[in-house]
Design a protein around this ligand. Sequence first.
Ligand code: FAD
Length: 395
Amino acid sequence: MRSYDVCIIGAGPSGLSTAIASSKLGVETAVFEEHREVGASSAECGGLVSVRCLELLKLNIDGDYVANKVYKAVIHSPDGKSLTTSLGPRGALILDRRSFEETLASRALHAGVDLYTGVRVKRIRMGRDRVELDVDGGTYRCRAVVDAGGALSRFTLENLGFNLRLKRLIPAAQAEVEVDYEDDSSVHVFLGRKVAPGFFGWLIPLGSGKARVGAACENGDPRMFLKRLLDRVGASKVYDEATRFILTGGPLPRTFGHRFLSVGDAAGQSKPTTGGGIFTGTLCGLLAGLTLAKATKTGSYSTHTLSMYEESWRNLLGREFKVQLFYRRIFRRLRDEALNSIVSTLSDRRVGGLRDFDFHSKTLNRLVLDIGLSCIKPSILRSLLKSLIPGLLGL
Ligand SMILES: Cc1cc2nc3c(=O)[nH]c(=O)nc-3n(C[C@H](O)[C@H](O)[C@H](O)COP(=O)(O)OP(=O)(O)OC[C@H]3O[C@@H](n4cnc5c(N)ncnc54)[C@H](O)[C@@H]3O)c2cc1C
């Protein structure tokens, strides 16, 4: 039976970044990916990330895994008004996920990782001194296992007892389309009950007349909202379409256990405000790799040693997740009138753009301060209260 120090389930951004970090530090690492090829399709993910995300991975921002660069966001309120805001001085990048993960996979192979594609992990058998993985066609042995199998992975529930599905998994539909669209440097965000109740719709330009258009919603069928949005933006041809889940419930209460770590979407480590999880999953993956290297060096995979992973990611992201979750809870209750008033007030006050593409709390806190209760229009206050009172009363 083939043995490794660490086996990782899933070759998404989180699993591959864990593998790169651990293998570079001398950990014998294997990654198992159930699909024959690594990488999400264009319809499965918006691919919008910060420049920081690629810097973290020491990847060039001009690599062919970057499909486009954007600098502005246009926010459309339910009543049809719009607000254009900056995405910060460095803008944001739109990844071709297939090519991004292929690049990470080749880095992982170069670092000495064994990558098994087309191999699904079926079962984990946790022993006192080792772990056994039953996979398609065989069994592997390791000293610790990492669940990086994404939002629907069941291994975190089985090993840590936390059910991600009870946290907010929001259905989303996205398509890559042809669209008659001049401005390739702006993403569009569409708000409102008729567009995407409880979340938002989006258009992410890919250049050359193509875009990713998507909608996620707390109620209803996202495919219906996507269809409406495609009509609204005048999409002429649909290349590819997918329905998946976006995670907005914040991280699990614990992400480590006996010889076990949970990383990325599997651990709920995506931004509660937008569901974006490439940067956060990558960062947590790198931190998981460091902890696994320490465990391998000391020969101790005790929960105490593995708890270092949780301590390190909570130090960097814990507060941010909490603040984003707070704003997410408010946002999902806002009615259309409140959204209209907020967009109109922000346009009047010419607010600055995003301060940081990953750490939204800075921008959100500033917006709240900027608008300030003292200058808030009575109409906004009325609609905010109407939106929030049922939530506060637990209705
Ligand atoms: C419509 C949509 C748009 C999005 N847009 C953005 C965006 O613009 N920016 C952003 O940052 N995030 C975005 N996200 C979120 C982003 O896609 C995820 O946060 C990110 O992919 C999480 O990476 P991961 O490695 O944790 O999991 P995944 O990317 O889901 O990778 C998990 C991998 O594990 C494999 N796997 C699962 N189970 C097994 C098993 N038993 N055996 C072997 N392999 C297994 C899967 O095949 C998969 O390849 C979007 C999500 C959706 C649904």
